[in-house]
Design a protein around this ligand. Structure first.
Ligand code: CA
Length: 539
């Protein structure tokens, strides 16, 4: 069989090496033709999908296990995504943080110890791009949602109008779908969670800081102590209301954040809603998809009275991590108490790296860079998959996972076939269900691509990462507020992340034979935009 590899520029000596392996011998000593091993193992199966590494037997095992589970449970599995805002890779104890960095995280540690801990799990570098990518299976540059939509932004078209969202696909497959908590992907009609496919929305549209700057005299006296400016801001600023929205457009304002303490209590209220919903849905004979998005630990953090001083650090950011961890435990406990833990796929992650510009109200990453950059510190995030009975306890994997792959995993679990997707656009997700569920599952993803706005910055392939553009802070840790985007010189900045996880020592073209192949991935990725031009929404 001839395979069509997605590799574009193999090195000449590599070609000779490959040719020498094309004839192998079987155990009887008879010559047989086999496919030569390729450095780039991914294969093009369709010109609208990201090339994937074939894992035929692994896929088959998981298909059989999922259909056995469906027969046993009498319905498709539930899905619960838990997204923490701006949590650092190094914050949870199971990732080397926890008490060592001032906030123990027993619940996340428990899920990791009893599930799968991913150590090369990637988000986009800020909130809106990640949140839109995981619900569309497409890179932000394709949908136009390339950065957070902020107060005063005027976009030229609704990016959601022609996207096919995950909740809409799941709704058609018989699922109840709900998003709880932070949205941050558009507040106007047509862009709200309950407009783009979710049956129900219960949460706040913006990030914590955008709400509390109206109230926080210590940080924003120029606004809070100036009634005229405050009234101007109220007219253009993001909503500060707790919204309860329903598919079809009904949108209730439940309450408003009127004090710092209201903000501090917001996550407890949101978790209460998710927990009540889990209890109620468990009695229905209908599978559900819940995306629970915490407000914490995005700056500015204010400790809930029950959690103030409860972290080892006794500092608001660390108290917030400790609180979020507690609530994660509560939601998983709710699944167990409702008797549906064994029929629910849970995934815990963060939408981007820590926001170092807000330090000390910021998380920890052991890597270079932070939120807003495409160095590892901005994009490598915790990723814990938990599903008793379906995921073997204590698994860890360093193979590649992009949070967009959750789109494919969730489609698969809900029984939504890829041919339900429109064929006139490119999809970047890979269905990684068998990687997450098989006992020693392999990732089907050969490379992850990193974008900043409309600019292609870098790619990771295996343990190698090639940057063609970089974001350089002009003051220590000012990755968002005082940084430059720059082209690299003649050669890509090229790092071996196993030898150099902080991306400081470029191994360059002299020391590594794979650089051209890794950089070549950027070329084949870029070619997808020639076939399917990106959407511009005026951001
Ligand atoms: Ca975020």
């Amino acid at each position: 069989m001839t395979k069509q590899s997605s590799a574009s520029t193999p090195m000449p000596f590599l070609t000779i090496f490959i040719l020498s392996l094309t004839v192998m011998w079987n155990t009887n000593g008879e010559a047989q033709t086999t496919d030569p091993p390729q450095f780039d193992r991914s294969e093009v199966v369709s010109d609208i999908f990201e090339p994937a590494i074939p894992c035929v037997e692994q896929d088959q095992r998981i298909r059989e296990r999922l259909s056995a589970l469906e027969i046993q449970q009498g319905q498709r599995p539930n899905v619960l995504w838990i997204v923490v805002d701006d949590m650092g890779f190094g914050d949870p104890g199971c990732y080397g943080g926890g008490a060592a960095v001032g906030a123990s995280t027993p619940n996340m540690d428990h899920l990791a110890a009893n599930g799968l801990k991913l150590t090369s799990c990637y988000a986009q570098q800020t909130c809106t791009p990640t949140r839109s990518a995981i619900l569309t299976g497409r890179l932000p540059v394709r949908t136009g949602l390339t950065r957070p939509i902020l107060a005063g932004d005027k976009i030229t078209r609704n990016p959601w109008a022609d996207e096919v969202s995950l909740p809409s696909l799941l709704g058609e497959a018989g699922y109840f779908t709900m998003l709880t908590g932070k949205w941050h992907v558009g507040e106007s009609e047509g862009m709200r969670p309950h407009d783009i496919g979710f049956d129900e929305y219960f949460g706040y549209y913006p990030a914590q800081k955008e709400i509390t700057q109206r109230l926080d005299t210590r940080r924003y006296p120029g606004l809070t102590l100036n009634p005229e400016r405050l009234s101007i801001y109220e007219a253009v600023g993001p909503a500060d209301a707790l919204i309860h929205g329903y598919k079809g457009g009904k949108t209730d304002e439940v309450s408003r954040i009127q004090s710092i303490e209201d903000m501090a209590r917001a996550d407890a209220t949101l978790v209460g809603h998710t927990v009540e919903k889990i209890k109620q849905l468990a009695t229905d004979k209908k599978p559900f998809f819940i995306e629970h998005c915490f407000m914490k630990v995005h700056a500015d953090n204010f400790a809930h009275p029950d959690f103030a001083g409860k972290s080892e650090a006794k500092y608001p950011y660390r108290d917030a991590i400790h609180e979020v961890d507690f609530h994660i435990g509560t939601m998983v406990q709710a699944l167990k108490a409702a008797g549906i833990e064994k029929n629910t796929f849970v995934f815990v992650t963060s939408d981007n790296g820590p926001q170092m510009d807000a330090w000390p109200d910021a998380g920890y990453t052991p890597f270079r860079g932070a939120k807003g950059t495409t160095f590892e510190g901005g994009v490598r995030v915790p990723g814990i998959a938990y599903w008793p009975g379906m995921i073997e306890p204590g698994r860890t994997s360093d193979q590649l996972f992009d949070l967009m792959d959750l789109f494919g995993v969730t489609m698969n679990l809900a029984g939504v076939a890829p041919d339900k997707l429109p064929q006139d656009r490119f999809y970047d997700f890979i269905d990684q269900t068998s990687f997450l569920l098989d006992a020693n599952g392999d990732s089907k993803r050969e490379s992850v691509y990193f974008w900043w706005g409309n600019q292609l910055m870098a790619t990771r392939m295996k343990e190698y990462k090639a940057h063609v553009k970089v974001i350089l802070p002009q003051a220590t840790h000012k990755y968002i507020d005082l940084s430059l985007v720059q082209d690299v010189g003649l050669a890509p900045w090229y790092f071996n992340l196993y030898l150099d996880p902080k991306e400081e020592m470029s191994v360059g073209h002299r020391l590594d034979p794979w650089m051209a192949t890794v950089a070549g991935k950027l070329k084949s990725h870029g070619a997808t935009f020639k076939r399917f031009p990106p959407k511009n929404i005026g951001l």
